[in-house]
Write a protein that binds this ligand. Structure first.
Ligand SMILES: [Zn+2]
Length: 484
């Protein structure tokens, strides 16, 4: 490896990271990494075990004179996202990640770097091995399969960890301390329709809204981006109040965790109303463009005549569907009362007509840092579609982590950060899922924070680690351990 080693500080952390990078660890295929961690802990003569879910814990006793301190859990996830460039020959089940230094950044040759969360793993390993550090009793926890379902954290029993505090090392912006995350669930609504013969004298028109910004349905939900599905429903509702409107097809949105960027429908209207629809569409487009002139600069509204079909969705069902899509709430539902962050939101993700089943299927997701608030917004969504005659199902979902305004760990983390770097860290939450959500469900008394060195391009072959921030996070981490 042609690496300028003098840059890589702290050396112990980067040496551990180099060891981690030799061990294959794709999500759900972490066996080699589990063995590696077990051998590492045993090699240091420390109490080491794994649970049925595949999580590993290594316990390190307090350093001399620190025995009376509370136990702190340091936690990272052992798996990594395996993405590579098309031209790169690489076997993630066998090959070692090849890293290199480019300026202040560490990168990998044509693959994900695995610093998410291998750098967190490496920091824990370096702490376990270093006899010169001052700290109370420590539990170093390495969870499995964070990236594809959080099954390690989910399968963890409530007696696996015993610490009073937990520091999660899976955040990606040095200088930011995370204190909450959202839980989430999915709600689906299904309409069963009859095919109705198309009456005489209809004009078929296809409507398409596209070119929207989109984004993550949690993290971007407060950015006032338009939801293509809601815009389309809004136009259809407006027109069905004015004229008999028959639905021939609707295909809108996509992934359950994305703000929909594109929506299409084909409808039939009486031929005499053809021009009215065209004029209304143009006025509607102008209104919407004005409403979103900052956040949606590239929206396109396309209206075209379409081929007639012999049948359409029965009119009562399509009217109830369109009314429900108009009526259902979408976007930010509530802001947090503790921090400047979305507390609860809902995203109308997709609407798909499936002629083989004669159904129209609607997918949505709800998120909140408060479980009861998530149940409430999911019930709000469900009630509208139940009123409209749809079958509604809400999944079990995963829990959130609500901010703890009395967190002692956070107070120490902030004070030590200011002392070390003479500036305030940003204390924030994320409106998306983290493993801390699952821990907070199993260990309600656990006081947690999450932070880590700066990463960019995670989950892609462009993933890179900002080297100087590793030293900063290391110093901060040791200062917290010494002072809690
Ligand atoms: Zn991660």
């Amino acid at each position: 490896m042609d690496m300028d080693k003098t840059k890589l500080k702290p050396a112990s952390v980067f040496e551990c990271f180099a060891q981690v990078n030799k061990v294959p660890r794709p999500s759900k295929r972490e066996e080699q990494m589990i063995d590696f961690l077990l051998r590492y802990g045993q090699g240091l003569g420390l109490e080491t075990r794994r649970d049925e879910a595949g999580n590993v814990i290594i316990r390190k006793p307090a350093s001399e004179g620190m025995e009376g301190r509370p136990c702190v859990v340091l936690q990272s996830h052992m798996d990594m996202v395996c993405e590579k460039n098309a031209d790169r020959e690489f076997d993630f089940d066998r090959d070692a990640i090849e890293t290199y230094v480019d300026g202040d950044w560490m990168k990998a040759r044509g693959t994900t770097l695995g610093a998410d969360d291998g750098i967190g793993v490496a920091m824990e390993m370096a702490i376990l091995a270093d006899k010169s550090l001052k700290h109370g009793p420590l539990e170093c926890v390495f969870t499995r399969d964070e990236e594809t379902g959080l099954t390690g954290a989910e399968g963890m029993k409530d007696d696996f960890m015993t610490g009073q505090y937990l520091i999660n090392l899976d955040s990606e912006d040095e200088g930011e301390i995370f204190v909450s995350c959202a839980g989430g669930c999915r709600t689906t609504a299904t309409f069963h329709y009859e095919e109705q013969p198309t009456p005489q004298g209809q004009f078929f028109v296809s409507l398409c809204i596209k070119g929207l910004t989109g984004g993550h349905s949690g993290d971007d939900i407060d950015k006032k981006r338009a939801n293509a599905n809601k815009l389309l429903a809004r136009f259809l509702y407006m027109e069905q109040k004015k004229m008999p409107l028959l639905l021939a097809d609707i295909q809108a949105g996509g992934l359950h965790n994305a703000i929909p960027r594109e929506a299409r429908a084909t409808v039939a209207v009486p031929s005499a109303m053809k021009e009215t629809v065209r004029v209304d569409w143009n006025l509607f487009a102008a209104d919407v463009e004005e409403e979103y002139r900052v956040t949606e600069p590239s929206m396109e509204f396309i209206l075209e005549s379409a081929d007639a079909t012999d049948t359409v969705v029965d009119s009562p069902t399509s009217q109830r569907l369109i009314a429900a899509l108009q009526g259902v709430t979408n976007g930010v539902f509530a802001m947090s009362q503790d921090i400047a962050l979305v507390e609860t939101s809902t995203n109308l993700a997709s609407i798909h007509m499936v002629p083989e089943r004669k159904t129209i299927e609607i997918n949505s997701s709800q998120r909140s840092s408060l479980l009861s608030a998530r149940h409430n917004v999911a019930a709000t969504f469900a009630a509208v579609f139940e009123l409209a005659g749809a079958e509604v199902e809400t999944g079990e979902g995963y829990p959130g982590w609500k901010p703890n305004p009395d967190s002692h760990l956070l107070k120490v983390a902030v004070a030590q950060y200011k002392r070390l770097f003479q500036k305030e860290p940003v204390v924030r939450g994320i409106h998306a899922g983290l493993e801390c959500g699952l821990f907070s469900e199993k260990y309600p008394a656990l006081d947690m924070v999450s932070f880590g060195p700066t990463l960019r391009g995670v989950h892609s072959p462009d993933e890179k680690l900002l080297i100087p921030t590793v030293q900063m996070v290391w110093d901060h981490l040791l200062a917290i351990l010494e002072n809690i």
